[in-house]
Design a protein around this ligand. Structure first.
Ligand SMILES: *[C@@H]1O[C@H](CO)[C@@H](O)[C@H](O)[C@H]1NC(C)=O
Ligand SMILES: *[C@@H]1O[C@H](CO)[C@@H](O)[C@H](O)[C@H]1NC(C)=O
Length: 232
């Protein structure tokens, strides 16, 4: 779908995307640390009520697509959901450019019709709006108590295994899957964060993650770490 003349722009997107992945995951990980160190159980009421209904069947995997505009690889995902996806076992959420509509003119897959958030925001790559868009996706998916696993995907992600394999893999584990490592050459830590985010808790990793419900709530409703990045 992309024209040749857009290659330069495409490279810039890629660089921006890589930078933003790292920035993001630092935040996700710091949040998860905070969850363990400072968690109190005073989540907002809506959320607690939803979780009273948590023992739902079947348990659903939320596929959350954080995309620039359309989904160029929609045909691969179409095959993935069609092949052996059980419609009761998954849900789909899309955060795209505000106003962009997934319908027969913009996607080859009916699975994506009408799945985009209506409250999407303009995202600047490498900025806190990227995190906010992800939080909007998580908050939307958390509204459905059946959603028990939350996978964040980009418009260039492709499924490497079939649906039932991925479903059983995620449901068979009580853990979230995130990338995290200590980068000794890391130059992005800003000492101005130190009152909230001590340097010893700073980690690097990819943005694309799979979370269990309790961790999804930490990221979606965090009001300690996110404001720090918003201010930078
Ligand atoms: C759908 O979920 C049920 C459990 O709720 C599971 O037994 C079944 O294997 C799942 N289907 C697929 C295709 O993964
Ligand atoms: C899904 O993939 C797994 C692992 O590759 C394989 O064992 C299984 O037979 C596949 N299931 C279907 C329904 O294609």
């Amino acid at each position: 779908m992309r024209k040749r003349g857009q290659n330069g722009l495409w490279v810039i997107w890629k660089v921006a995307a890589v930078v933003s992945f790292f920035i993001y995951l630092l935040i996700a990980l710091v949040r998860i640390y905070y969850y363990y160190y400072y968690s109190d159980d005073s989540d907002d009421d809506v959320n607690n009520n939803v979780d009273l209904l948590q023992q739902v069947n079947p348990r659903v995997v939320a596929f959350m697509f954080l995309v620039r505009r359309d989904l160029p690889l929609d045909f691969l995902w179409h095959t993935f959901f069609l092949q052996n996806g059980d419609a009761a076992n998954y849900s789909i959420y899309i955060h795209s450019e505000p106003g962009f509509v997934f319908d027969e003119t913009s996607t080859r897959s009916t699975f994506f019709y009408g799945r985009q958030l209506t409250n999407s925001i303009k995202v600047a790559w490498g900025q806190s709006t990227m995190i906010e868009a992800e939080r909007l996706l998580l908050r939307a998916a958390l509204q459905n108590p059946a959603n028990q696993r939350f996978i964040l995907l980009s418009d260039s992600c492709v499924p490497l295994y079939n649906f039932s394999y991925i479903y059983n893999y995620l449901m068979g584990s009580s853990k979230s899957f995130v990338d995290s490592f200590l980068d000794m050459k890391e130059g992005r830590y800003n000492p101005r964060m130190s009152s909230v985010i001590p340097m010893r808790k700073w980690r690097k990793g990819s943005q694309w993650i799979a979370l269990i419900r309790s961790h999804a709530k930490v990221v979606a409703y965090d009001d300690i770490v996110f404001p720090v990045f918003k201010k930078l």
